[in-house]
Ligand binder design. Structure first.
Ligand SMILES: NC(=O)c1ccc[n+]([C@@H]2O[C@H](COP(=O)([O-])OP(=O)(O)OC[C@H]3O[C@@H](n4cnc5c(N)ncnc54)[C@H](OP(=O)(O)O)[C@@H]3O)[C@@H](O)[C@H]2O)c1
Length: 288
C-alpha cells in the first residue's frame, strides 16, 4: 500500500511508528523534518524520514490526516493534490463531523473518521512522549477493516463501534467541558475540589447534551452522572490538551471543542450561552 501521513506532529509521529513495515510511506509536513522520534515508557523509536513533495508522489491508496482543526484551511492545496478518486482517507483529530472539510475532495464512502485516545506531548528535543498505545475508535464497516489492516496491532488498537456518531459526541461533551474549565482557570483537575466548579461542569454538560440529542446522538439518562463521577475520581494532577496548548502558547482548538457545540446548536435553534461564552473567552486566549 502507498500510505501518506499528512501532519507529522504528535499524532502523525505516533501513527508512523504503528504502520506495518511493508507499506510505502510518504510523509508530508509544513516544516522541514528529517526524523520522527517517539518515546514510550523506556523505549525510544527513531526513524529517519524524507518529506515528500505533494506534486511528486504517485497516487496514494490511503492518506492519514493528522492535522489540527485550524490547519485545514491552509492545507487546501495539499489535500486537493493528495486525495484522488482512488485514495481512501482517514481523518484523525478532535471534534465531531470530521469528514465535513474533506467532502470537497472525495466522497463520504472513502472517508474514515477516527477518535484517537493517545495523550502525546512534545519534549524539548523534538521527541514526542506517548503515554500509552493509541486506541482508535472508528465506525464499523468494510473501510474501517481495511484501515485496521494498515497497522501493527501490537502497537495500536482499533475499535469498531456500532454508533460512531454518539461516541464522538460523548468524547466531545466530556473533553470540551473539562478542557474549557481547566484551560480558562489555568489549573489541573485539583480545581474540582471546589463544588461550584463541579456544578458549572454539570451545567456545561447539560447544555451540550441537549445539542447532542438534537443532532441525533443517543445519550443515555445516566451519561451526565457518569461524567460527574468520573470527574470526581480523576487524579488532581490530570490536565487536558486545551490546558497544555495554553501553557505551551499553542493555539487552542476552540472550533473543534466548545465552538462546534455552539455551531451545531444554531442549526437546531438551541441557545448555548455557556458554550458561546466559553468559546469567546478561549478565542481571546488565542489572540495573545
Ligand atoms: N497530541 C495529543 O495528545 C492528541 C491526543 C488526542 C487527539 N489529538 C488530536 O489530534 C489532532 C492532531 O494533533 P497533534 O497533537 O498531532 O498536533 P500537532 O502536534 O500540532 O501536529 C500537527 C502537524 O501538522 C503539521 N501541519 C500543519 N499545517 C500543515 C499543512 N498545511 N501541511 C502539512 N503539514 C501541516 C504541523 O507542522 P509544523 O511542524 O509546521 O507545526 C504539525 O507537525 C488534533 O486534532 C488533536 O486535538 C491530539
Amino acid at each position: 500500500m502507498r500510505v501518506g501521513i499528512l501532519g507529522i506532529g504528535a499524532i502523525g509521529s505516533v501513527i508512523a511508528h504503528c504502520l506495518e513495515l511493508h507499506h510505502d510511506v510518504y510523509y508530508f509536513n509544513r516544516s522541514t523534518k528529517s526524523k520522527i522520534k517517539v518515546k514510550k515508557n523506556n523505549d525510544v523509536l527513531i526513524r529517519k524520514i524524507e518529506l515528500s513533495l505533494v506534486d511528486k508522489v504517485p497516487t496514494l491508496d490511503w492518506l492519514i490526516i493528522c492535522l489540527k482543526e485550524y490547519h485545514y484551511s491552509d492545507a487546501h492545496d495539499t489535500l486537493q493534490s493528495l486525495i484522488t478518486t482512488d485514495t481512501k482517507v482517514a481523518v484523525i483529530r478532535n471534534g465531531i463531523n470530521l469528514e465535513e472539510p474533506i467532502l470537497r475532495y472525495t466522497d463520504s464512502k472513502n472517508i474514515v473518521e477516527c477518535i484517537i485516545d493517545c495523550p502525546t506531548q512534545v519534549l524539548n528535543d523534538g521527541m514526542y512522549h506517548q503515554l500509552y498505545d493509541p486506541i482508535i475508535k472508528v465506525s464499523n464497516g468494510k473501510l474501517s477493516s481495511e484501515f485496521r489492516g494498515l497497522f501493527r496491532l501490537d502497537r495500536l488498537g482499533i475499535v469498531e463501534v456500532e454508533d460512531y456518531h454518539t461516541e464522538s459526541w460523548k468524547k466531545l461533551i466530556e473533553s470540551s467541558a473539562i478542557g474549557s474549565i481547566l484551560c480558562l482557570t489555568g489549573e489541573t483537575c485539583r480545581i474540582f475540589e471546589n463544588s461550584e466548579l463541579v456544578n458549572l461542569y454539570g451545567l456545561i454538560i447539560d447544555e451540550a447534551i441537549l445539542v447532542a440529542k438534537a443532532d441525533n446522538a443517543n445519550i443515555s439518562l445516566e451519561f451526565k452522572s457518569e461524567l460527574v463521577q468520573k470527574l470526581i475520581a480523576y487524579p488532581p494532577d490530570k490536565g487536558s490538551s486545551m490546558l497544555t496548548d495554553r501553557i505551551r502558547g499553542s493555539l487552542i482548538e476552540v472550533n473543534a471543542k466548545n465552538g462546534i457545540i455552539s455551531q451545531v446548536a444554531k442549526k437546531h435553534n438551541i441557545r448555548t450561552e455557556l458554550n458561546d461564552t466559553l468559546s469567546l473567552l478561549l478565542r481571546c486566549i488565542n489572540m495573545r
